[in-house]
Ligand binder design. Structure first.
Ligand code: ZN
Length: 241
């Protein structure tokens, strides 16, 4: 049985999967006894040791994965490993004035930048039919609040991301048209949420809540790589411990 939740505007998200042979410096080998595969379940104590090892790895990493987990109720939430199947993106036809080809290119370029992060092999492909899409991109004039973009996600109760909507505005909160560079920054940030990332506490990162940087930082990339190297699911302590 699957429960679905729709994330609000504060949720971020991230895409990718680990590429064998490209471990991040803060990655450790998975604890023995965890990845048994098939229907064999590790014992409770082995599962708990694995959970604690993952939490240690997160705590010791130079990333904002810990903050991402806090925003996600301690659930590692991301897309499943795609095995070469790109995420299907649908660009909704728009009549919003001010959506120029240059803005469209900026958004496609933002997707491309995330897809090039080493160690996560999430890629995107444009589809023509909305019913085929996993990710929908739509434009609006402006938000009724201090915001220029928003990522809304749908995930399964176990943390598997299933769908996302990226909403981008052409006007800032005060009604000023956003520049291509500004839209590019907003798109990069919201696509970070779309792949599962939360917020960074470091103003230099794209995933800082009020970022104004124009490209992914090493820490953005490292956090995405760590997210996609962790198994999807809860890292909460079992009840009673
Ligand atoms: Zn955000």
């Amino acid at each position: 049985m699957l429960a679905f939740f729709v994330a609000g505007a504060t949720l971020a998200f991230n895409l990718g999967r680990r590429v064998p042979g490209q471990p991040a410096s803060d990655e450790a080998a998975p604890p023995a006894g965890v990845d048994l595969g098939g229907s064999v379940e590790p014992s409770d104590s082995a599962a708990n040791a694995a959970r604690e090892a993952r939490l240690r790895r997160i705590a010791q990493s130079n990333t904002y994965m810990a903050a991402t987990l806090t925003e996600a109720d301690s659930i590692v939430r991301r897309w499943v490993d795609r095995e070469g199947r790109p995420l299907r993106v649908y660009y909704e036809p728009t009549t919003v004035s001010g959506v120029t080809p240059a803005l469209g290119r900026a958004v496609r370029d933002a997707f491309a930048r995330w897809s090039r992060v080493g160690g996560i092999s999430i890629d995107f492909v444009v589809v023509r039919a909305p019913e085929e899409a996993e990710v929908v991109v739509r434009w609006i004039d402006r938000f009724g609040m201090r915001r220029a973009g928003q990522a809304d996600l749908v995930w399964r109760s176990d943390g598997v991301l299933q769908r996302g909507t990226l909403t981008l505005a052409t006007l800032g909160p005060a009604g000023r048209p956003l520049t291509v560079k500004e839209v590019s920054t907003v798109a990069l940030h919201e696509i970070g949420h779309l792949i599962g990332l939360g917020h960074s506490d470091e103003p230099r990162d794209v995933m800082y809540p009020t970022t104004s940087v124009h490209d992914l930082t090493t820490r953005d990339r490292r956090t995405a790589m760590l997210l996609y190297s962790l198994p999807i699911g809860s890292l909460k302590a079992p009840a009673g411990r």
